[in-house]
Ligand binder design. Structure first.
Ligand code: NDP
Length: 400
């Protein structure tokens, strides 16, 4: 039982906050703090009458360490859940360190001006967190997040050694717009317009954006085109899963999405280089974000399912073994339950669960850790309980 400070109040945070409020015996108090406090107040107004979790709200600029330190000192939370943007990871970690409070996030740090995400900046905090006696749990969303938990669960229960992992992220939802992104457009477009890469035999192999395409027949969803992307959990799994020879990440994209993205790229709208427009400096991608549909508005329009999971190939008792662990989530069901589509839901639920694991002391060790470094069993049980049930298939279709 404890108090969580949740920073950010966007699509993912809204789901995590709904879930904390459903889980009042663990979250007896939450404080929602974000840049635009009106969003926090609106959510509080909707949820407070439905829950015994006490909700408070605060305004904060999470780029400012001093403001964050003052906020943490005032709120006195047991844990801080960072659901703002990846740009704020280091300032929030710094504030947690100064106040000795545990830290959880869902996305690794990315400098605003380089569009390159890597763990090195956050891993640099390992010794400081250890000395301070506090835990940082990195990447407690779905991917990264549940994909790492699936990996450690597979290693614990199905394999002596895992050699190949393919992470498949399929969103077969249709929101009816020709082009929209399912989570923060700026972060989403930075991710998919970057070069792809995968880990093989101890080194990174780089590809052009969307160069590698495969078709996969997803359980409960059907056949979809998917493309190889770089994704942040590849970096930590390559280190934390012993015996690994190759890890790849594929995400599905529809034809309309890719056509629009190519066109926006060709005209320079996805650039993060500032330009001068009518005497004012603007970043084209940030301007694009402002004219695209707000991901939060997709909830009531989106139909269909997501299927996210991992295919593992490895050895058990000297023999080759292949399994697929995945979750299927229905956009309309998510909307009925928490007023959000499945992409926010599949991230917000594991964010709540990871926070619960650290707050309850089930997962706690001083230092900075990726999610696959903890015992997967309690998290896997919690996924079934809190809305993201998973399945295991032996001998699935493989990706060539
Ligand atoms: P949104 O843009 O919907 O929400 C971000 C929130 O952070 C907004 O409330 C925003 O405030 C707030 N914020 C931004 N900057 C600041 C600041 N300086 N100080 C305080 N608050 C700030 O994003 P999402 O909810 O879609 O994504 C949230 C996080 O989840 C991101 O880091 C994203 O990368 C991650 N994610 C992880 C996934 C996974 O599976 N691991 C999948 C999807 C997302 P304001 O309302 O004022 O804009």
């Amino acid at each position: 039982m404890g108090k969580a400070l949740i920073i950010g109040c966007g699509g993912v945070a809204s789901v995590a906050i709904h879930k904390c409020c459903q889980n009042s015996s663990v979250f007896n108090e939450i404080c929602i703090a974000s840049r635009t406090v009106e969003k926090c107040n609106k959510l509080k107004e909707k949820l407070q009458k439905t829950t015994t979790t006490k909700i408070t709200t605060k305004q904060v600029d999470a780029n400012n360490v001093e403001e964050l330190v003052n906020l943490i000192k005032e709120v006195k939370p047991d844990v801080v859940l960072n659901l703002a943007l990846p740009y704020q990871d280091l300032t929030i970690m710094e504030a947690c360190l100064k106040t000795k409070v545990h830290y959880i996030d869902t996305a690794n740090y990315e400098p605003e001006d380089t569009a390159k995400f890597e763990y090195k900046w956050q891993w640099a905090y390992r010794d400081k967190f250890k000395e301070a006696g506090i835990t940082a749990l990195l990447g407690s969303g779905f991917d990264p997040g549940v994909t790492g938990v699936f990996s450690s669960y597979a290693l614990k229960h199905y394999f002596d050694e895992i050699n190949y992992i393919d992470i498949l992220d399929c969103n077969a939802g249709d929101h009816g717009y020709p082009f929209a992104t399912n989570f923060n457009p700026e972060i989403n477009i930075r991710e998919v317009s970057a070069k792809g890469s995968y880990w093989e035999n101890g080194h990174w192999v780089e590809t052009e954006p969307m160069e590698i395409k495969r078709v996969y027949n997803f359980p409960e969803v059907g056949e979809k085109d998917m493309y190889l992307l770089h994704h942040e959990e590849l970096e930590s799994l390559a280190i934390n899963i012993p015996g690994i020879k190759r890890i790849r990440f594929f995400m599905t994209f529809g034809e309309s999405y890719l056509r629009h993205l190519k066109c926006l790229e060709n005209v320079g709208m996805t650039s993060i280089e500032p330009i001068i427009f009518e005497g004012k400096e603007i970043v084209p991608l940030q301007f694009l974000k402002a004219v695209l549909p707000d991901p939060a508005s997709l909830g009531p329009r989106t139909k269909g399912k997501t299927n996210i999971g991992c295919i593992f190939i490895g050895k058990k008792d000297g023999k080759e073994r292949k399994i697929y662990i995945y979750n299927v989530c229905d956009h309309e069901e998510c909307y009925k339950e928490v007023g959000s589509q499945a992409v926010a839901y599949t991230t917000g639920v594991p964010a709540m669960i990871g926070t619960m694991m650290v707050m309850e002391g089930i997962w706690r060790k001083p230092g900075v850790y990726n999610i696959e470094e903890f015992d997967p069993d309690p998290f896997m049980d919690a996924l079934n309980k809190w809305g993201l049930p998973w399945k295991v298939i032996e001998n699935p279709d493989l990706v060539d």
